[in-house]
Design a protein. Sequence first.
Length: 216
Amino acid sequence: MRAVWIVILAALSLGGCAAIPVAPDSNPSSSDALWASHQRAVAERVSWNLLGRISLRTSDMAASATLRWIRNDGQDDIYLFGPLGGGKVQLSIWADAVTLRDAKGQVVTGTNPSELLYRVTGWHIPVEALDDWIRGVPSSEPIGSMVLGPEGQLKNLNQSGWDIAYLDFMSVNDLPLPQKIRIAASKETVESLVLAGQMTGDRLALRFFIESWDPQ
C-alpha cells in the first residue's frame, strides 16, 4: 500500500510541473493597458485648434515663434508668428499638395512640408510626423524605442532620427495631451544635415509649449 501511494504522489508531482498554467497579466492599471486605451482616445482626436510657442536652437542659432495649428477636414494650416525677425508664415498642407505663404505674402508650393519650410525659413521641423508626436503618440514609421510613464502616456520616444521627450501633459476634456515637448535630432540626423550643407554644428533641438488645445 505504501508503494502505491509513493507512485501516485510521484505522478501528481510530475504532472503538476507540466500542467500548472501561468495567469496572464490582467491588471487594468498596468502602463501597457493604459497606453493602449490612451492611443485609442488620441486616435479619435483628428481635428484641433492649437495655440502655443515653439523654439529652435542649433549650435549657432536660437529663434522662437508663436505657433497656431488648425486641423480640420483633411487640411492643416500651421502659422508661425515672429520667426526670422517678425511677420507671419503660413504652411498649408493637403493630402497631395503643400503651400507656404511667407511674411511678404509670397506663395511657394511643394510636396514635402519639411523641405518647403526649410527652404523658405531655414527652420528644420519634422512636420510629417509632428501631427502624431504633438498628440503624444508615435507616427506610422518604425519606432526605435519608447518609454511609458506610470499613467500610460509617453515619456520618451525615438523615431525617424529624432528623440522626443514629453515633459508635461494637460487635461483636455479628460484626455491627457502634451503641454511641454522637447524634440532633438539624433547625431545621425545632424550629421546628415551638415553633409547636405543645410546646417553647421552638432545640435538641433526644438521645444514646444502648448497653451491650449481646442477641439474643432
